[in-house]
Design a protein around this ligand. Structure first.
Ligand code: AMP
Ligand code: ZN
Length: 135
């Protein structure tokens, strides 16, 4: 836990939130500035800055977070329509809060391209070869 970290403070109940889900490892709550009708943050309670800090021992919690994203998506009625799970890492990854978290976003058609710049997309809108991320 980090004293000044906002998500650690939420996990310690020093900052009030309405939990969507909570257990020993994870806390989920609605994003304060939602970008879509469903925008839930899934946060490991243990303080890790981002995926760079995640070690072998964290693998079960990270897997559990992804399964929880699917469960909450189902509860919010967007499992079939589709949704996105995003982890912003570091400055150029767009991370603002330095405590690892998963964004679950859906409930409207999301822009294609994972938020990459238009120049990174082929004219058809799919990724150019070499720009594919993790597939
Ligand atoms: P990121 O850019 O990936 O670090 O995302 C941080 C997210 O945390 C943003 O979407 C913020 O709106 C959200 N956020 C920051 N503070 C709070 C808070 N107190 N409660 C809920 N969401 C928050
Ligand atoms: Zn923290």
């Amino acid at each position: 836990m980090s004293d000044e970290c906002i998500f650690c403070k939420i996990a310690r109940k020093e900052v009030p939130t309405e939990p969507v889900y909570e257990d020993h490892d994870l806390l989920a709550f609605d994003d304060i500035h939602p970008v879509a009708p469903v925008h839930v943050l899934i946060v490991p309670k243990e303080h890790m800055v981002n995926l760079n800090d995640a070690g072998k021992n964290d693998v079960p919690v990270l897997g559990k977070a992804l399964r929880l994203a699917a469960k909450i998506a189902d509860e919010r009625g967007i499992a079939e329509s589709g949704y996105r799970v995003v982890v912003n890492n570091g400055e150029q990854g767009g991370q603002v809060v330095p405590h690892l978290h998963f964004h679950l976003v859906g409930g409207r058609p999301l822009t294609p391209g994972l938020g990459l710049r238009r120049e990174d997309l082929s004219p058809g809108g799919s990724f150019l070869t070499g720009c594919r991320i993790g597939v």
